[in-house]
Design a protein around this ligand. Structure first.
Ligand code: SAM
Ligand code: SF4
Length: 322
């Protein structure tokens, strides 16, 4: 339990701060703050952290980044974590570009669920927003659906004037393939980009756009372990989730996670700057201090993020891990 009575059992592990895209809301233009390769945790180190975490009651794990699939040992990382006793579920977040070749090996290695980012179905807009190629992401999505994961979800960051017209098409795209689509509020995690400048779009408005298209009914199911609230389209059957990280007053009430950055810092909250240096604990005294660092991170979990206040970005999303 953290100081606010929340049970913390979910660890999101960033395996790299590098990426093969450069989404405007995640990586500031011209960003040069990359961690050195030697600072990235190795597979043995990641496994030791997960072992400690399971001893302390963590059961849910997610691999993220940066783009986790650019790490050449991602299948090994997946297999080694899945083989550990106490790991109940293991997911991965990806932009999908490298998934066509990796979906089957990852599934065989034990991966249970995949979240794929897709902000638009328009190839030119996709290119402008991410620097990547829509066709590659779509091929990754189809490969994930074919590979037999328990859950494949889409993530869409809402951006006024950039992809708001895509809300209904993306919900339908997901419905046709039986995939939940989650709409996420933009968090101020990439300074200097155009997206911080008047492009914020609240989840309530996304819900209204969808409700104008078809009636939405509340559902009790929650695919995955994240903070989304879900509704279902009465006609299309679309399962749509809303992550109101900025506007929902009670967003942090059920927060169950810690984050581990690629350079080995434990981050109790995405929207607060505090970090605990797990890498030093790992690399000193044979790793005797790992449990203590995790306990300290839980004890330091703040009640709320501070995105609504005077939050100033120190590390962009790509360096923290989404
Ligand atoms: N590269 C992978 C991907 O794109 O899914 C994993 C890492 S990414 C940082 C994880 C998630 O964070 C993605 O769904 C992405 O859209 C979201 N994200 C990145 N920056 C964000 C921001 N400033 N506000 C809200 N969501 C953001
Ligand atoms: Fe890369 Fe994902 Fe960030 Fe986009 S959101 S720049 S794909 S890490």
């Amino acid at each position: 339990m953290d100081p606010f009575g929340r049970s913390i059992d979910y660890l999101r592990i960033s395996v790299t701060d590098r990426c093969n895209e450069r989404c405007l809301y995640c990586m500031p233009e011209g960003y040069k703050g990359w961690a050195k390769r030697a600072e990235h945790l190795g597979v043995d180190e990641i496994v030791r952290v997960v072992e400690s975490a399971t001893r302390l009651g963590f059961r849910k794990f997610r691999l993220t980044g940066g783009e986790p699939l650019v790490r050449s040992d991602i299948v090994e990382i997946t297999r080694r974590i899945w083989d550990l006793p106490g790991v109940q579920t293991l997911g991965l977040s990806t932009n999908g570009l490298l998934l066509a070749g990796l979906a089957v090996p990852l599934r065989r290695a034990g991966l249970r669920s995949v979240n794929i980012s897709l902000d638009t179905l328009d190839p030119a807009a996709y290119r402008r927003l991410t620097g990547g190629n829509l066709e590659g992401a779509l091929a990754g999505i189809e490969a994930a659906l074919d590979a037999g994961f328990e859950v494949v979800k889409l993530n869409c960051v809402l951006l006024r004037g950039i992809n708001e017209e895509q809300i209904v098409p993306l919900a339908r795209f997901g419905a046709e393939r039986g995939m939940p689509v989650r709409f996420i509020e933009l968090m101020p995690l990439a300074p200097g980009g155009p997206v911080n400048d008047g492009h914020f779009f609240p989840v309530a408005e996304a819900r209204a756009r969808l409700a104008a298209d078809e009636a939405l009914d509340p559902v009790s199911e929650r695919p995955g372990h994240g903070p989304a609230r879900y509704l279902r389209g009465r006609v299309s059957g679309a399962l749509v989730g809303f992550i109101g990280s900025v506007t929902c007053a009670d967003f942090c009430k059920d927060c169950n996670k810690l984050r581990l950055t690629a350079d080995g810092k434990l981050r109790p909250c995405l929207g607060r700057h505090g970090e605990i240096d797990l890498a030093s604990a790992l690399r000193a005294d044979g790793g005797a201090g790992i449990d203590e660092a995790i306990r300290e991170a839980i004890a330091n979990k703040p009640e709320n993020h501070s995105f609504g206040g005077d939050f100033e970005v120190k590390r962009p999303m790509t360096a923290i891990g989404g």
